[in-house]
Design a protein around this ligand. Structure first.
Ligand SMILES: O=C(O)CCC(=O)C(=O)O
Ligand SMILES: [Fe+2]
Length: 300
């Protein structure tokens, strides 16, 4: 089912081809990004966290899906080999870097904002899971887009770019990520059509890069015993953040002393949908500590 998709090898020399495919289709398959040895190390790092995760309370994920977040603190191998993959980073540099000119007095200054890491997530879809609804991840950034043609596409249109690496073979039957080629060119208020979706079927170690304005979703796992295991991350524009870094400028102890309303004002709140979470939960869980009640699924 990947016939409609362009494929490139994982070498960084394929950056231009990958960028062209993304502008055309919104997604591109990368063959042979990670070795089996690297996949095994990542799996060892994340399996205890996958085993500890619980079914989602809302309806964004089927109850059979398990996740791990916060990979920078859990798997350096994930960070060095997946997030920092040269081809992925080169694609993000090409499409997410922003250059802005502004006058300070009579001096015209040029500023360059480099992409930053947006999220890190492991998705395990277990047998029996239904389709996740098709959605666009750029809804988190309220990225309102008008319909265009591929020829009209300009870097900066997308707020983010995702990398999905198959930890194990991903097939249509076991829940491969499906997506609608070309949907990154649609108006934001165009609804998805399931009939247009294709499946990013991947061998272990292969990857799928996707613009965050594309309709996509995890798929049903109709197998009896296969886990669909995807290691993923997104990069986003560097300027999509607060000016003063509130989370490092003041300690958790200092922020803990404020009212809930003040904590939320400082930034300890999820901007709907799905922006600013910790473990896909309200960031105030870090302030509250052990007494925190899981709000995952109620927030989005
Ligand atoms: O599991 C997948 O293949 C995709 C998951 C996804 O798109 C999401 O949770 O936003
Ligand atoms: Fe998504």
């Amino acid at each position: 089912m990947t016939a409609a998709l362009h494929e490139v090898a994982s070498d960084v020399s394929n950056t231009d081809a990958a960028v062209a495919a993304l502008i055309q289709d919104g997604g591109v398959v990368i063959r042979g990004l990670l070795s089996q040895e690297t996949l095994d190390t990542i799996e060892q790092d994340v399996r205890p966290f996958l085993n500890a995760d619980k079914p989602w309370k809302g309806d964004f994920f089927p109850p059979e899906t398990r996740r791990v977040f916060g990979l920078a603190g859990k798997s350096p191998t994930f960070m060095h080999n997946l997030v920092a993959a040269p081809l992925y980073q080169a694609v993000c540099d090409a499409l997410l870097t922003s250059t802005h000119q502004a006058y300070t007095g009579l001096k015209l200054e040029t500023s360059i904002s480099k992409p930053q890491l947006n999220n890190t997530v492991v998705f395990s879809i277990r047998p029996g899971a239904r389709n996740q609804e098709l959605h666009r991840d750029d809804m988190i950034h309220h990225n309102h887009l008008a319909a265009i043609t591929a020829a009209e596409y300009q870097p900066g249109r997308d707020a983010g770019i995702g990398l999905f690496v198959a930890g194990k073979k991903a097939t249509r039957a076991n829940g491969a990520t499906r997506f609608i080629p070309g949907s990154h060119l649609w108006d934001t208020l165009s609804p998805p059509e399931e009939g247009l979706a294709v499946y990013a079927e991947l061998e272990a170690g292969d990857a799928f890069i996707m613009l965050s304005s594309c309709f996509h979703g995890g798929s049903a796992n109709t197998t009896a015993g296969e886990e669909r295991l995807i290691y993923s991350c997104f990069m986003t524009k560097g300027y999509l953040r607060q000016e003063e870094n509130q989370y490092l400028a003041s300690s958790v102890e200092a922020v803990r002393k404020y009212s809930v309303e003040m904590q939320q004002l400082i930034g300890y709140r999820v901007s709907q949908p799905f922006l600013g979470w910790v473990d896909l939960d309200d960031p105030r869980k870090v302030l509250v500590g052990a007494e925190w009640e899981d709000k995952r699924g109620d927030l989005f």
